[in-house]
Design a protein around this ligand. Structure first.
Ligand code: ADP
Ligand code: MN
Ligand code: MN
Ligand code: MN
Length: 369
């Protein structure tokens, strides 16, 4: 099951030509690229010029799309209430560096609930780190980047953290993305080639509360833009290539202040894992579309219908890294989320299940009885 593209489609981007248009920038007119997420979890963006230099998010006006009825009908995949275009996070724009440009992420419905939950538990100091895996596809062949026209590459085994021609495909892209994220102010903490040829990963975090979702969405945006420059497609499908190839996930690492302290660490981690174990199927519901194709119990995954956990176990739903067990403190890794998850939904449910969250409505009901 390859990434579906219209036949003969080619993505043309000419970055070397665009750089001819790098003028000495005006210092008082600043381009802002508003990023928003549509109903299909696809990223969109629109530029606006500000007549001043923004110093904080508060300076950024909401984006107004001003769609008339006909446009609204033609753009049903967009969230159409103005609420969706409220700025929530701002980064430096790595694609308009000399212009002092900004990337501004806008509100989305799942973020709002996530923020409420993270605010509710702010005293626990929740940290998250996400490992975004992805597969690069070449639109000219409709195959993963680096794959031969006919047949398949040599079976997996030599590609994870691969170095050298024939062992990593997409070095320029992963590298450009890394540097652009660092420039933007994204908390990118690493990147590596993955098990399947053409499959790569970058890691974001640790980030506090709702900001992990913001940073992952913006890191994904930067990846889309970088890949555009190379004429390459980014697939976040959990099992984009059938056969003996590792699927694609978004492991979500999680800790609280208690878990990071040597006095309470392992006990707090165990308790949160036990609380999460009762909610396995509810988690699976928000852990990505087509995740059943990935969580087969093979290829370093736990089976979708079973909850399991273990120290140093890459075949479990939740892994406690070996170093964490040795040190008695640290974090856990939820290995179930697929590459195409909404990070706001995943971090919300991890928080809710770990601490038996009751919504204000549920709290008032339990007071009555
Ligand atoms: P592996 O591939 O071995 O699972 P990675 O190095 O790819 O691990 O990713 C580790 C992730 O764990 C990173 O996203 C990092 O931000 C995150 N992380 C590290 N320490 C913590 C912590 N205390 N709390 C939450 N996340 C953490
Ligand atoms: Mn990793
Ligand atoms: Mn990985
Ligand atoms: Mn991992």
């Amino acid at each position: 099951m390859f990434q579906q593209l219209p036949p003969g489609s080619a993505i043309i981007s000419n970055t070397p030509i665009v750089s001819k248009y790098d003028y000495k920038p005006s210092l008082t007119r600043v381009p802002v690229e508003y990023i928003f997420i549509d109903k299909n979890h696809q990223l969109r963006s629109k530029a606006k010029t500000l007549d001043f230099i923004p110093t904080s998010l508060k300076d950024i006006p909401p984006l107004n799309l001003f769609l008339d009825d006909e446009q609204k009908k033609a753009n049903e995949d967009l969230h159409l209430t103005l609420q969706q275009y409220q700025p929530v996070a701002m980064y430096d724009d790595p694609f308009r560096a000399t212009y002092g440009g900004k990337l501004v992420l806008c509100e989305s419905p799942t973020r709002k609930e996530c923020k409420d939950i993270m605010d509710h538990y702010a005293l626990l100091e929740p940290w998250f780190g996400m490992e975004q895996e992805y597969v690069l596809f070449d639109p000219k062949t409709n195959k993963p980047l680096g794959w031969p026209m006919h047949g398949e590459p040599e079976s997996q085994g030599k590609y994870y953290c691969g170095v050298g021609a024939g062992k990593i495909f997409g070095r320029d892209i992963i590298e450009a993305h890394y540097r652009a994220c660092l420039y933007a102010g994204i908390t990118i903490c690493g990147s590596n080639a993955e098990v399947t040829p053409g499959q790569l990963e970058y890691q974001i975090g640790p980030c506090v509360g709702v900001s992990i979702g913001d940073e992952l969405w913006v890191a994904r945006y930067i990846m889309e833009r970088v890949a555009e420059d190379f004429g390459i497609i980014v697939s976040l499908h959990p099992k984009p290539i059938l056969g003996d190839w590792n699927p694609t996930g978004c492991h979500t690492n999680f800790s609280t202040k208690e878990m990071r302290s040597v006095e309470t660490g392992l006990q707090a981690i165990d308790q949160a894992i036990e609380n999460m174990s009762w909610k396995h199927l509810e988690h699976i519901k928000v852990y990505g579309q087509d995740n059943h194709l990935r969580l087969t119990g093979e290829y370093e995954t736990g089976h979708i219908s079973v909850f399991s956990y273990g120290v140093g176990n890459r075949g479990a739903s939740i892994r406690i890294p070996r170093r964490v067990a040795l040190e008695g403190k640290g974090y856990m890794e939820d290995r179930r989320p697929a590459s195409n998850i909404d990070p706001y939904l995943v971090t919300s449910i991890m928080m809710k299940s770990s601490f038996n969250y009751k919504s204000p409505l549920e709290q008032s009901i339990s007071c009555i009885f």
